[in-house]
Design a protein around this ligand. Sequence first.
Ligand SMILES: Cc1ncc(C[n+]2csc(CCOP(=O)(O)OP(=O)(O)O)c2C)c(N)n1
Length: 321
Amino acid sequence: MQQSPEQIRQAYRQMRLIREFEERLHIENPKGEIAGFTHLYSGQEAIAVGVCENLRDGDYIISTHRGHGHCLAKGCDPRGMMHEIYGRADGLGKGRGGSMHIADLDKGMLGANGIVGAGQPIAVGAALACKAKGDGSVSVSFTGDGASNQGTVFEAMNMAVVLKLPKVFVLENNGYSEHTGASYGIGSDLKTRTEGFGIPVYEADGFDYFSVYDAAREAIEAARAGNGPVAVLATATRYFGHFEGDPQNYRAKDEVKNFRETVDAMKTIREKVTGAGIFTAEELDEIDAEVLALIDSAVESARNGPVPGADIMMSDVYLDY
Ligand SMILES: Cc1ncc(C[n+]2csc(CCOP(=O)(O)OP(=O)(O)O)c2C)c(N)n1
């Protein structure tokens, strides 16, 4: 482990923050106070955090419909996000976007997106801006196994290669596209397909923060150096349904339970960090308690936050030049 204890502490906290944010939303969602679809990221924490811990403030990310984890990993305020998910006027998007449309341009988070694959062209544009600035910044897009079959992804890959852009394609294979297994839906393997575009692929174990961090570090360094686009391919699972309310009848009975008990990302990082003597279990428990208190207070204030008035609903609809 080449990271400092402080870096590891930060990564662990970020992963715990995502895990608890999502587990809590799973409890809150059926209460009926959250409008629209909610897609949870629990299980995939090591991927978002392993990638984003390699990023700088000036780098950009584009998320997916399953975006809370990416937003938190890039540094978006959990309270502002919770208020947004509850549709509150003081949420990150003034309550107009909800779960699927969280953005925070100040943090380089260019947006989550309900149209599968639609983030790709935006991320190519951001990568072009990074190249023009010439400051070594990069643009990162997160893409699911299902989204990887969209034409927008192929176009983005080709254009990023042709223009030699500092673009990082993070391919997150969680095994399913809605209810369709990746093995059924993907015509060849993601690695060779991506390499076919001329993009080097760095593979990682998506349950293991350190594996993702190392693969992403190598990939991102290559992109910063001006060598053109790269990809990080990580495999993990999602613990909840495609959306909240999905009964997951397409999964084997004990599938999620087995993942939670064996390769779980939080369990893995805890075992590695305590095993290497970097932090004790009690020190990690303290971080967990601090995060849980933060989530409690974010949910409480979001439930009581102000609803947007008509003035807010009508603002930022059209762009004035
Ligand atoms: C263009 C488009 N086609 C289809 C959908 C419906 N849809 C929403 S999510 C999804 C599956 C995405 O799967 P994947 O990219 O693997 O991400 P995951 O949900 O597994 O995180 C589909 C087909 C959509 N929102 N947009």
